[in-house]
Structure formats: structure tokens, C-alpha cells
Design a protein around this ligand. Sequence first.
Ligand code: ADP
Ligand code: ASP
Ligand code: MG
Length: 412
Amino acid sequence: MGLIVQKFGGTSVGTVERIRNVAAKAISEFKAGNQVVVAVSAMSGETNRLVGLVEDISESYNKREYDVVVSAGEQVSIGLLAIAIESMGYKARSYLGWQVRFLTDDVSSKARILEVEAFKIKRDLDAGSIIIVAGFQGIDNEGNITTLGRGGSDTSAVALAAALKADRCDIYTDVDGVYTTDPRMVPQARKMDKISYDEMLEMASLGAKVLQTRSVELAKKYSVPLRVLSSMEEGEGTMLIGEDKTMEKVMVSAVAYNRDEAKITVQGVPDKTGVAATIFGALSDANIVVDMIIQNVSESGETDLTFTVPKGDYTQAMETLKGPINEIGARSIKGNPEIAKVSAIGVGMRSHSGVAQKMFKALASDGINIQMISTSEIKVSVIIDEKYTELAVRSLHQAFELDKDVGDRVGG
Ligand code: ADP
Ligand code: ASP
Ligand code: MG
């Protein structure tokens, strides 16, 4: 007998009929002789609706209360799924995050899971029930409800799979696997049968919403066999695996984009020791994660410091920096939330040269100006004007021939 964790996203539980379909999938694994734990997201659109309610009441809301509100969607879907399974003649039990419990840190709206206490789940599994768990939510040490950031039920599922030492974690969603880029943006995108944890980690952190980044980190750390597949169509989906030799053959494996960042430039920063520490220290104290950073010292001894932050933290970041900017004697601060980050990703970059050059040439030929660049061993990212996101993604997908079968790509 195996233990399978399944996760169903919002679209997959978006209607009563779809909830019945999910119930049937859980039962089918159960009938195959497995113990089954299902992590569920809120019905599609529900979390957005709840976030909208919070924002309509106040722009500067308390994040603890935000978590109380936005975690509510999952309570409905777990209960409905348990009822659907029972109506089909099988035992089911639903649990909220705090009941399981998912112990998290106390960073409201983007908490990290510290520990999953799985003894209640194990007890109920042994008693023959299918267990349904609310994704996206946990509880901190003080007993406050927390949420794990948007898309967080992927992470709930993987954390459960790691804690229960599951034989597999199946992430069911509205596409049939991981593609070379978002298939909703580029119809020529190709589904991959397998992808390395490292490439998936880059893709997720660079904006591919198909898996939450933290879920891939956990899957890699605990070697959770993770698969992404469709809840509507039959198919094997995409398996996350360790790297193999064939993956290094291609220069670029995927293109990702992210419209959720904003750019901030601090102008006229005096060229003195400790100024960067003051600026980024203030942001870090406010729990704002900084992504790309560019600093350029001019001959006059003045510096411009440009960096990106999550769009959701942009207003708070601008506010937070007012004091430190005065303190260090910088001239001004300027922000632009209308940017996008577009990235080419591939473990093959370790052994191929010319990726950046090919990328810049493709963007230039479409008249797209590059505002910032950053690279790592397996990715090249650029910041561009948000309105060119789609054009840039299509252009790079074509330039790296991602619409072709791996064996048919030139120079790769
Ligand atoms: P769920 O509600 O099931 O969690 P999400 O909307 O969070 O689903 O994630 C699935 C979506 O991710 C797809 O509908 C697709 O538009 C998007 N996506 C972005 N990049 C990719 C990619 N490279 N491969 C597959 N899907 C992608
Ligand atoms: N319901 C949450 C969200 O919309 C969590 C998830 O979908 O994974 O972000
Ligand atoms: Mg998701």
C-alpha cells in the first residue's frame, strides 16, 4: 500500500461538478489500494474576491486580519469535497490548517511552514478515511491564523508529502503539465515530460505560477517525487527529477515572465560605506524581499541604486525608505510599478555560451529596451516595460526554438 498526496487548485474545485470529479479522483487512488491525502485550494476566484473585500475596506490593512479573511475560501472547498466523497460511499475527513497543524512563522500573508504535525492524519488514514486538508494556511506559535502567500496550497501539499513520507505528490491543475513557457500566452509552448528540480525552481521563482516556489524548494530538499498534471484530462503530466545528461544538451529549456515586481531607484546616493546596508536593512526589517539590484558609482562620486521589490510591497517600500533616504542624504527616490521581468532558463547554460547575446538580439529586433539585467548559472533575466511582456516572451520562445522538439533545435 502506498501513500499519495494529491493537490487540487482553484479551477479544479471551481464548481460542484468539478468537486465531484476531484472526489472521484481521490476515490480512484484509494480503490487502487493507497492511502490518500488531498490538499485543496479555494474555489476559483474566491481568494481574489476575499482579497478584494479587504482592499475595499482599507488600503493599509492589518496583515493578521488579512490572513483571517483570505484563508476562509479553503474552509468551504474542503468541507464540500469531504461531503462529495462521503456521498459516493467512502469515509472522508476535512481539516483546517490549524487542526492538522501546520506550524508556521509569524510573517502574516507570506508565512513559512516550520513543521507539520501529521499524527491526526495518520490515525485517520489508518482508520480508512480519505483526508482532505485546507491548503494555503497555517498557525503561528501564538495561535494566529497565517497564510503562505498566493499559490500556497502547492506548498501545503509538498510539506504534507514530506511529513508523511508520501510515495508521490500529484499537483492537479488546469494545464496538463509544465510547459516551455506559459501555454496561455504562447500557444506553441511544449509540454515537458520531465524537468529538473533546479530548473523548476528557477521557473517558479521567475514567475511561472504553475508551482509556488517554496513548494519546489521543499520538494527538492526532501526529495519528494512531484508531478504536475491535469485534473480534467488523462495524461502522465510532468515529473520533477534530479538532473540528467540529456537536460544539458539544450541551451535554454524554458522562458518565464513576472509582472508582479516594481522598480525603485534611489538617486544621488553618496558614495559612502554603509549606505546600501541602511537602505536594504530597512526593507529587510519590513519583511520586503529585494530581487534585482544595480549600483553604479559615477565619477562625481554619486551613485544611483536601482532594485526591484514585489509589486504588492511597492507602496510600503516607498514609505519605508523615506527615513533612510534622508538619513544617508540621497537626492531623491523614484518608482515604476509598470515593469516586467522576462527570463530564459536552462541547466544547459552551464555548458553553452552565447545565451545572453542571443536573448538581447531577439529583444532588440523587436524594439524592446532592456532596463536591467541579471544572470545566474542557469538563467538570464531582463527587466522591460510591462506592456512588451507578451511580445518579449514570444520572441524569446521563438529565438531559442522552444516550439521544436529538443533533438531538432539548432545550436543546442
Ligand atoms: P491552480 O489553481 O491549479 O493552482 P495556477 O493558476 O496556480 O493553478 O497554475 C496553473 C497556471 O500556471 C496555468 O493555467 C498556466 O497559465 C500557468 N503557467 C505559467 N507558466 C507555466 C508553464 N511554464 N507551464 C504550465 N503552466 C504555466
Ligand atoms: N487559494 C490560494 C490562492 O488563490 C492558494 C492557492 O491557490 O494555492 O492563492
Ligand atoms: Mg496555483
